[in-house]
Write a protein that binds this ligand. Structure first.
Ligand SMILES: C[S@@+](CC[C@H](N)C(=O)[O-])C[C@H]1O[C@@H](n2cnc3c(N)ncnc32)[C@H](O)[C@@H]1O
Length: 273
């Protein structure tokens, strides 16, 4: 499908700092309002193994396979069984629910700045005993020092205004030796905005992995389902943003992965003991 100049400009605006400032919260609240039945409980671009290997999933999660696989890939880099885990930017809780159920941490806390999403999460996952949700800001985590063994952050930090503060907060709430798992997609020409705060932080980077091809494969395989979800949930005037947000095959976002303008990176960061 060819996009008009207007659509391209809209897509570029969608990822600008100005848009982030004015309507990220509105957009995420709207997603929660449009999807009242909880059909879309993941808001990420997914992960596919390039050899076609698939993780085992409960039948009801099959529709979210690639988004679940992203969480599985990111979180299985640390031992979480029996541990206390914090997720910052948990969105609509699909990943939190999957990890809490399957990888069996002692306690999994999902935090998000969007109160509509947190209200949804509390209702939707109320029967999962090791899972709780709290509204809060990544820049001022509402927890005491050293209470979590592992922290998780999936496709959220591109919204934060101050990565130095965010990284210091994650470092503070982790126990000595704790692990921070972070998946993100910085623009290549703005890489220093991520690299410099990481270098200045007190974390040691033990793994940096480029998973762009895995994310693109997931988007390609899942594109028709994503298109259908946008048509089903988004009113017509919002579909340009909806398609961009969903990362469908001809979106600016997908093309920025394909052209190398945006690598998709997965980090394992360690707090010293
Ligand atoms: C693209 S969604 C990803 C959600 C989830 N990680 C997933 O993969 O489904 C980004 C999330 O980050 C949240 N977010 C943005 N800024 C935040 C902040 N300052 N503190 C906490 N969460 C934030 C948004 O509200 C949104 O739910």
């Amino acid at each position: 499908m060819r996009r008009s100049t207007f659509e391209k400009a809209g897509a570029t605006f969608f990822y600008s700092a100005i848009a982030d400032f004015f309507f990220v919260n509105t957009w995420y609240s709207l997603v929660s309002k449009l999807d009242k039945n909880g059909e879309e409980t993941f808001l990420n671009y997914g992960f596919a193994d390039l050899d076609g290997a698939k993780i085992e999933l409960a039948p009801e999660l099959e529709v979210h396979r690639y988004a679940v696989q992203l969480y599985h890939h990111v979180v299985s880099r640390a031992a979480v069984r029996g541990k206390n885990v914090l997720e910052i930017g948990c969105g609509r809780g699909g990943g939190a629910s999957y990890v809490a159920q399957t990888l069996q941490p002692r306690r999994y806390v999902g935090l998000d700045v969007n109160r509509t999403a947190i209200a949804f999460d509390r209702r939707f996952y109320r029967n999962q005993k090791n899972l709780e949700f709290i509204a809060g800001d990544a820049h001022a985590l509402p927890f005491a020092d050293g209470v979590f063994d592992v922290a998780v952050n999936v496709e959220s930090c591109h919204h934060y205004r101050d990565l130095d503060t965010f990284l210091a907060e994650v470092h503070r709430v982790l126990v000595p030796g704790g692990t921070f798992l972070m998946a993100c997609f910085p623009r290549k020409n703005e890489m220093s905005l991520l690299r410099e705060p990481l270098r200045r932080s007190r974390f040691e980077c033990v793994l940096e992995e480029d998973i762009t091809s895995n994310v693109m494969r997931a988007l390609e395989t899942d594109s028709a389902r994503r298109e259908a979800a946008v048509r089903r949930l988004c009113p017509a005037p919002l579909r340009t943003f909806g398609r961009e947000f969903a990362g469908v095959r001809d979106s600016e976002l997908y093309e920025s992965f394909a052209s190398g303008k945006r690598p998709y990176l997965n980090f394992v960061l360690q707090k010293s003991t």
